[in-house]
Design a protein around this ligand. Structure first.
Ligand SMILES: N[C@@H](CCC(=O)N[C@@H](CS)C(=O)NCC(=O)O)C(=O)O
Length: 203
C-alpha cells in the first residue's frame, strides 16, 4: 500500500490526516496506535517512523511524514486536491495551517484533554485554555460571515485542519451555538462526500 497512516481514535490531529485521505479517496491502510502505552512500548515499526513519538504519522512510499499540518500539506501537494486554485491560495493555505498549529489546534484540544483526562487540572489553566479557545472561535466566526470556507467557495486543507477538533467541541465544554457561522461551516464540511465523524472514521 502506497499510503499508511498511524493514528488514534481520540486524536483529532490523526483525524485531520485521515479525513483528508478519505475526502480525496486516497487508498490507504490505517494502523491504530495505543497512545496510552508508554512510548517505548508502542510497536517498533511505529517507534522507528515517529520522529517526535506522536501520532499521526503518514508513510508515503516508505517515507515518513509527521505533524498533522505538514501531512495535510504534503497530501494536498501530492493529490492537488483541497489545495486551492493558485499560488496565492497555496500561500494562504499555509498561513492557516500555521495559525491552526498555534491557536485552535492548541486551545480546543488541550481544553478537551484536561477536562476529559486530567481531573486535577488547575482552574487557572482551564480558564487560560478556555479564553484562548473562545477567542479562536470568535476569530473563525468572523471569517465565515462572507465566505463559505476559509479561502472562499472551495474547501481546502485549511478547513480540514481547523475543523478537526471542533466535532468534539462538546467534550471541551463548548456550545458552538454561540458561533453560528462556525456551526454553518462545520455543517458544510460534514456535507462533503465521504465525510465521517471522528469516532466513525478512526475506530
Ligand atoms: N503537533 C502535532 C501534535 C500531535 C499530538 O499531540 N499527538 C498526540 C495525540 S493528539 C499524541 O501522539 N500523544 C501521545 C504522545 O505524545 O505520546 C501534530 O499536529 O501532529
Amino acid at each position: 500500500m502506497e499510503f499508511i497512516l498511524y493514528g488514534n481514535r481520540e486524536s483529532g490531529h490523526s483525524y485531520k490526516a485521515r479525513l483528508m485521505l478519505t475526502l480525496t479517496q486516497t487508498p490507504h491502510e490505517y494502523r491504530p496506535i495505543d497512545i496510552e502505552l508508554p512510548r517505548d512500548r508502542r510497536p517498533a515499526e511505529f517507534q522507528q517512523v515517529s520522529r517526535y513519538g506522536e501520532v499521526p504519522v503518514l508513510l508515503d512510499r516508505g517515507q515518513a511524514y509527521v505533524q498533522s499540518n505538514a501531512i495535510l500539506l504534503h497530501l494536498a501537494q501530492r493529490t492537488m486536491k483541497f489545495y486551492g486554485r493558485d499560488a496565492v491560495d497555496h500561500d494562504q493555505v499555509r498561513e492557516w495551517l500555521f495559525w491552526e498549529a498555534n491557536r485552535i489546534g492548541i486551545s480546543v484540544p488541550n481544553l478537551r484533554f484536561c477536562l476529559r483526562w486530567i481531573p486535577d487540572t488547575k482552574p487557572e489553566v482551564l480558564d487560560w485554555l478556555r479564553a484562548r479557545a473562545l477567542a479562536d472561535l470568535d476569530r473563525m466566526n468572523s471569517e465565515f460571515g462572507e465566505r463559505k470556507f476559509l479561502l472562499g467557495e472551495i474547501p481546502t486543507v485549511a478547513d480540514i485542519s481547523c475543523c478537526g477538533y471542533l466535532f468534539w467541541a462538546d467534550q471541551a465544554d463548548i456550545d458552538l451555538s454561540a458561533w453560528p457561522h462556525v456551526q454553518r461551516w462545520l455543517g458544510d464540511i460534514s456535507a462533503l462526500p465521504g465525510w465521517k465523524h471522528p469516532y466513525d472514521l478512526m475506530s
